[in-house]
Design a protein around this ligand. Structure first.
Ligand code: GDP
Length: 296
């Protein structure tokens, strides 16, 4: 019926011009549309609720300026609040630690972890001139270590030689040691995923963290993850303690509601977004752009 939120809110509120302030009833009617837009964008339900509560607080009683339509004003309040909740512009991977800086990648199987590992390694090499070593700790999926090796060959980034049957924690130790001996600036550990979160996965991640002392622990998550985004982020953050999030498949059709859900439950920054299968399809996260996309 209406193309976007601005039009929907305009239809509800624009008749109010001249009344001075937004009433509780006006705001409630507008928030029904906001809620609908967020749910369509796949934002988790409890995050939708806390978000609309925040907007309600700002909007009720707000004076409607003569120069703007009430619908536009509410859209602006919603947009500003969304940008604020999504976090700040220009978050980057921190390398502010003694070399070799350890970056641990975590996430579910198929989220794009291995691809993102190679993309980040390439970015640090190309843009910051860093010497990067990558290591696959995925001993569950037979082809996983080989997959990272191939991406290494494709991008010209070094990978830790594969020793069959070695345990993930032993590979982690060996990777850090090899990075030290080889004079690497950064070592990126690509851990194993599962199709869903389970206890052995969390134990394995905690063990790897213990032996490798990562400076960054990045949760790689598919931006098309809907209501599960909250559980996913909360579990990894509670059990392993993430330092940031990388959202993949932002080139897809999704509206990116997972960004808001994950940021809201963990408070951790979204550091990068994946925008394709190619090795250079990795971009900075821009809260404003994602807010526009979520609002449709
Ligand atoms: P892992 O199991 O988490 O290591 O996932 P992979 O790195 O193997 O990625 C699974 C698939 O998703 C591969 O076909 C990747 O090329 C693809 N992929 C990863 N990131 C992106 C992205 O940002 N956009 C798109 N379109 N595909 C991606």
């Amino acid at each position: 019926m209406f193309e976007n939120l601005q039009e929907r809110l305009g239809a509800i509120l624009n008749g109010l011009t001249g009344r001075g302030a937004l009433s509780e009833a006006d705001v409630s009617a507008a928030l029904r549309e906001v809620r609908r837009a967020l749910i369509e964008a796949d934002v988790a339900l409890d995050v939708v609720r806390s978000f609309t509560d925040r907007v309600r607080e700002k909007a009720v009683g707000a004076t409607v300026l003569k120069s703007v339509k009430p619908g536009q004003m509410v859209v602006k309040i919603v947009h500003d609040e969304l940008v604020e909740m999504l976090g700040s512009e220009g978050e980057t991977i921190s390398l502010n630690a003694p070399a070799p800086v350890v970056i641990m990648m975590v996430g579910l199987q198929g989220s794009g972890k291995t691809t993102t590992t190679a993309k980040i390694a390439k970015r640090l090499t190309d843009r910051q001139g860093k010497k990067v070593l990558m290591a696959s700790l995925d001993t569950r999926r037979p082809a996983a270590q080989e997959q990272l090796k191939q991406l290494g060959e494709q991008t010209g980034i070094a990978t830790l030689p594969i020793i069959p049957e070695q345990l993930p924690t032993d590979i982690a130790r060996r990777a850090v040691q090899a990075a030290k001996l080889g004079g690497y600036d950064v070592v990126i550990l690509d851990t194993a995923g599962r199709t869903h979160i389970d206890e052995p996965l969390m134990v394995e991640m905690a063990d790897i963290k213990k032996v490798s002392s990562p400076h960054e622990i990045l949760l790689v998550a598919d931006s098309l993850t809907g209501q599960d985004a909250v559980n996913l982020a909360r579990n990894f953050d509670d059990r392993v303690g993430i330092t940031g999030i990388v959202l993949t498949r932002m080139d897809g059709d999704g509206r990116g509601g997972a960004a808001l859900s994950m940021r809201a439950v963990t408070g951790k920054p979204i550091k990068l977004i994946g925008t394709g299968e190619k090795m250079d399809a990795l971009e900075e996260f821009h809260p404003r752009r994602v807010a526009d996309r979520i609002l449709g």
